[in-house]
Ligand binder design. Structure first.
Ligand SMILES: COc1ccc(C[C@H]2SC(=O)NC2=O)c(OC)c1
Ligand SMILES: [Zn+2]
Length: 261
């Protein structure tokens, strides 16, 4: 039961008040994935994640989303296979969501919007020495995108939901260890992949996007806790952290490939 396309009459986050498109950008994200325009690539193997829950470090509110960050000093938590030529190291994951369940995702599928979207961010440790270096390179990052839909409670996510109040304010950071990020992946291995960019400044065109076809389910009360976070720091006029997604960008002359027919 796809939700109908809803005009997102949201007032944009200050991040997007100014420039929305990158001058000369030819591979910006997010995009609308048109299923009938995607090209099946039989050589696209399943994506393989190998995450060590002990590499989980902390969670922090960066004023736009909350980032769960990982120790990326070793190859203990990596993604490989799929469109990737070599393994990439897990650096962080975060989400984008709306003020209500009618919108919130960054990517859309045949103009269908989801209430939220998870991004698992990895960098090309075979070619670059650090994450900061990799974000400036065309093949520097691999981000796995997973759509969230409202349904049954996601039990493994609850450990994360329960700690969110401790990072309510911008710049708050709290220790968060032993979390297996693979519990946030859908059981279906099908995905789309395309070349794109970061969806917040510096908007660099350094991302191989891997968008999972199937969403994961969370219940409405779990998503409600995301919306209790603040964009603002202690002492500032409180602004709820909602609608932290970038508007859709032009596909230009890109092809989205699918790992499934
Ligand atoms: C300075 O480097 C950065 C800055 C921002 C982000 C987060 C962006 S990028 C994405 O996919 N979603 C987001 O909100 C980042 O992530 C790789 C890397
Ligand atoms: Zn993101």
């Amino acid at each position: 039961s796809g939700c109908s396309y809803k005009l997102r009459n949201v007032d944009l986050h200050p991040l997007w008040k100014g420039e929305i498109d990158v001058p000369g950008g030819s591979r910006q994200s997010p995009i609308n994935i048109r299923i009938r325009d995607s090209v099946f690539h039989p050589q696209l193997a399943p994506v393989h994640t190998q995450y060590d829950p002990n590499t989980c470090l902390h969670i922090w509110n960066n004023g736009y989303s909350f980032f769960v960050e990982f120790d990326d000093s070793t190859d203990k938590s990596i993604v490989s296979g799929g469109p990737l030529e070599n393994p990439f190291r897990l650096k962080q994951f975060h989400f984008h969501w709306g003020r209500n369940n009618d919108w919130g995702s960054e990517h859309t599928v045949d103009s269908r919007v989801f209430p939220a979207e998870l991004h698992l961010v990895h960098w090309n440790c075979s070619k670059y020495r650090t994450f900061e270096e990799a974000i400036m390179e065309p093949n520097g990052l691999a981000v796995i995108g997973v759509f969230l839909k409202i349904g049954k409670q996601h039990e493994k996510l609850q450990k994360l939901v329960d700690i969110l109040p401790s990072v309510r304010y911008k710049d708050a950071l709290t220790e968060f260890n032993y979390f297996d990020a693979s519990c946030l992946l859908p059981s279906c291995v099908d995905y789309w992949t395309y070349s794109g960019s970061l969806t917040t400044p510096p908007l660099t065109e350094s991302v191989t996007w891997i968008i999972m076809k199937k969403p994961i389910e969370v219940d409405h009360s779990q998503l409600a806790v995301f919306r209790s976070l603040l964009f603002t720091a202690v002492g500032e006029e409180e602004k709820y952290m909602v609608d932290n997604f970038r508007p859709l960008q032009p596909i230009m002359n890109r092809t989205v490939h699918s790992s499934f027919e």
